[in-house]
Design a protein around this ligand. Structure first.
Ligand SMILES: [Zn+2]
Length: 196
């Protein structure tokens, strides 16, 4: 029985690399993989083509899906020219609740593997991640380390070196920086910030 998988991690935890390695592994065995990511911005385009790209230097062409688009229709449309054995979604946190529900439907036919962040910089679940945690058959964490050595669980957003906890969930092209840290260090740094 195919399943819906959610593999989550903080930023920089090699989620995209893992998604691409997973795709490679399936393809090595002769399976056809449909690779999809939500279209949020234009950062991940290569010569005009949408790609899933990892910081470690590997990438693969993919289809993009808009927030209001149907995942089921995209899957059915793509399947007209090519039968797919697996659906892999990168940046799945940006999917809508409805799209994840559709992934669940698709997972009754073929395995659906979703890679993404669990929480935003405010430490709350993203819409897609929330739905995945609710309905995925398998949930696994791709672990990362805070600079103190503890497990990193927070995607901290820094503006001018200070942690911010408000603003839009998706903020593209600003001066902000993200670092991953453990909850303790995140709290400590906010306290430090407030001293000045
Ligand atoms: Zn720490």
């Amino acid at each position: 029985m195919p399943s819906l998988y959610f593999k989550y991690g903080v930023m920089g935890s090699s989620k995209s690399a893992q998604a691409l390695i997973c795709k490679f592994n399936y393809e090595q065995k002769g399976y056809k993989v449909l690779l999809v990511k939500p279209s949020i911005d234009t950062r991940d385009y290569d010569n005009g083509k949408a790609v899933v790209k990892s910081r470690i230097g590997i990438m693969s062409e993919c289809l993009t899906i808009k927030y209001n688009q149907s995942m089921m229709e995209l899957y059915k449309e793509a399947s007209k020219t090519q039968k797919y054995d697996v659906l892999i979604i990168d940046e799945a946190q940006f999917c809508s609740e409805k799209q994840i529900d559709e992934c669940k439907e698709i997972s009754l036919e073929i395995p659906v593997l979703c890679y993404g962040l669990k929480t935003n910089f405010k430490s709350y679940l993203f819409e897609g991640s929330k739905r995945l945690i609710e309905i995925a058959d398998s949930i696994t964490e791709i672990e990362s380390i805070c600079s103190c050595g503890a497990k990193a669980t927070i995607n901290a957003k820094l503006v001018n070196g200070k942690i911010v906890r408000d603003g839009k969930e998706i903020d593209i092209g600003g001066d902000e920086k993200y670092i991953v840290m453990c909850y303790n260090c995140w709290k400590k740094m906010q306290k430090e910030n407030n001293k000045y």
